[in-house]
Design a protein around this ligand. Structure first.
Ligand code: FES
Ligand SMILES: [Fe+2]
Length: 343
C-alpha cells in the first residue's frame, strides 16, 4: 500500500509521443499515451474484450485502438468504436485515471476510489518555465523500494563519499554541516549550509568561483516528489538566506513514484543558471547530474539487495537520519490512512 489521494508523476510530457507507454504505477499496470489531438491519458493496460494490453495498440485522434480486434477507447476509458458492430455495450470501458500536464510533467491522480477526481491542482515546478534556468532530465528505473530514494535525497551528507567526482567535496565537512529539519504537515524541509568549502568539480566547471565558496542545500520533501535547491556563492559575499542571492544555482526536481513495493520510477530534472562567461554549461551540469544519480542508483540498489539478503530494513540511526526518519513517519501515517479508507 502507498499514500493515495496524491498527484504522482506518471511521465514527462516529452515521453508521450506517437507510441503508447506501458508503465506500472503503485502496482497498477497502465498505458500512458497522448491522443493525436494532443490530450495525455492514462488507462488500465487491459482491453475489456480479451485482455490484450492496450499498450500493444495504436494511437489515433480520439484515443487508443486495441491491437487485437480494434476496439477504440477515448481518454476517459469508454469504448467508442467496435469495428463491425453497431451497438457498444455500456460495460465496454476500462478504468481511467485523471491526468494533468503542468510544467512539462504529466501528473496522475491516484485516488482512494477508482475514477476519483482531484480537488487540488498538481504541484507547480516553476524552474521548468523560468527564463533564468535551462533544464534537462530523465527517468530511472529502480530495483529498490521508493523510500530508499527519499532517504538518499533527504540526507545529502553522502555527497562527499558517493559523489566525489562531481558535486562532492570534503566528506568530513559534509558530515558535520549544521542541518536544520523543519516539518509542516505532510511536508518537510531540510536546510544545510557548508560555508568556506572547496568548490566541487561540477561547480568549478559551471561557475568562475574565485576561491572558497559558501554552499547551500535546501531540500523540500513532499509526499510524491522532492524539490532540492542547491548552489553556492563566493565565500562571505552573500547571505545564504537571501532569496535573491547570486552565484550558481541548481534546482532539482525528483518525482518518486513507486512501481511496486520493491521497485520505483525516478523522474528527475535539473535546472541551472548559466554564467555569461561560461555558455553551454547547463548541458554539462545536466550530464554530470545524471552521472551523479547513477552513482546513487548503484548504492541504493546494492543497499536493497543486502537488506533482502540479511533481512530487516533498518540499522542503527545516526545524526544524518533526522530528515529521512521524519519523512518515513509522514509516509507511514498517510499509508495507514489510505489503508483504512480502502478497508
Ligand atoms: S482484445 Fe482488445 S479488441 Fe479484442
Ligand atoms: Fe546522491
Amino acid at each position: 500500500m502507498f499514500p493515495l489521494n496524491q498527484w504522482y508523476v506518471a511521465a514527462f510530457a516529452w515521453e508521450l509521443q506517437d507510441k503508447p507507454i506501458a508503465r506500472t504505477l503503485l502496482n497498477r499496470p497502465l498505458v500512458l499515451f497522448r491522443t493525436r489531438s494532443g490530450r495525455a491519458a492514462a488507462l488500465e493496460d487491459r482491453c475489456c474484450h480479451r485482455s490484450l494490453p492496450l499498450s500493444f495498440g495504436t494511437i489515433e485522434q480520439a484515443g487508443i485502438r486495441c491491437g487485437y480486434h480494434g476496439l477504440l477507447f477515448e481518454p476517459g476509458g469508454q469504448c467508442i468504436e467496435i469495428p463491425g458492430q453497431e451497438k457498444i455495450p455500456s460495460k465496454a470501458r476500462v478504468a481511467a485515471f485523471q491526468v494533468v500536464e503542468r510544467n512539462q510533467i504529466v501528473w496522475i491522480w491516484m485516488g482512494e476510489q477508482a475514477d476519483s477526481e482531484a480537488s487540488v491542482q498538481p504541484p507547480e515546478v516553476a524552474a521548468h518555465d523560468d527564463p533564468r534556468y535551462e533544464f534537462g532530465g530523465g527517468v530511472f528505473h529502480y530495483q529498490a523500494p521508493y523510500q530508499l530514494i527519499h532517504d538518499n535525497l533527504l540526507d545529502l551528507s553522502h555527497l562527499g563519499y558517493v559523489h566525489a567526482r562531481t558535486i562532492g567535496g570534503n566528506p568530513k565537512l559534509h558530515m558535520s554541516a549544521p542541518t536544520r529539519v523543519e516539518g509542516d504537515g505532510d511536508k518537510l524541509r531540510v536546510v544545510r549550509w557548508l560555508k568556506a568549502s572547496e568548490p566541487p568539480a561540477t561547480y568549478s566547471a559551471a561557475w568562475p568561483f574565485k576561491g572558497l565558496i559558501d554552499r547551500w542545500q535546501e531540500i523540500d520533501f513532499h509526499v510524491t516528489y522532492l524539490a532540492i535547491w542547491t548552489g553556492a556563492v563566493d565565500a562571505a559575499t552573500d547571505a545564504l538566506d537571501n532569496p535573491d542571492r547570486g552565484g550558481f544555482h541548481m534546482r532539482g526536481f525528483h518525482g518518486i513514484t513507486p512501481e511496486t513495493e520493491t521497485t520505483a520510477h525516478y523522474f528527475w530534472t535539473l535546472a541551472s543558471n548559466t554564467h555569461p562567461d561560461r555558455p553551454g554549461t547547463s548541458e554539462l551540469v545536466c550530464r554530470q547530474t545524471e552521472a551523479t544519480f547513477e552513482e546513487d542508483r548503484l548504492i541504493i540498489e546494492a543497499q536493497h539487495r543486502n537488506m533482502c539478503r540479511f533481512g530487516g530494513t533498518h540499522g542503527i540511526d545516526i545524526h544524518v537520519d533526522a530528515g529521512p526518519n521524519r519523512a518515513r513517519r509522514i509516509i507511514d501515517r498517510l499509508t495507514s490512512r489510505s489503508k483504512e479508507a480502502a478497508a
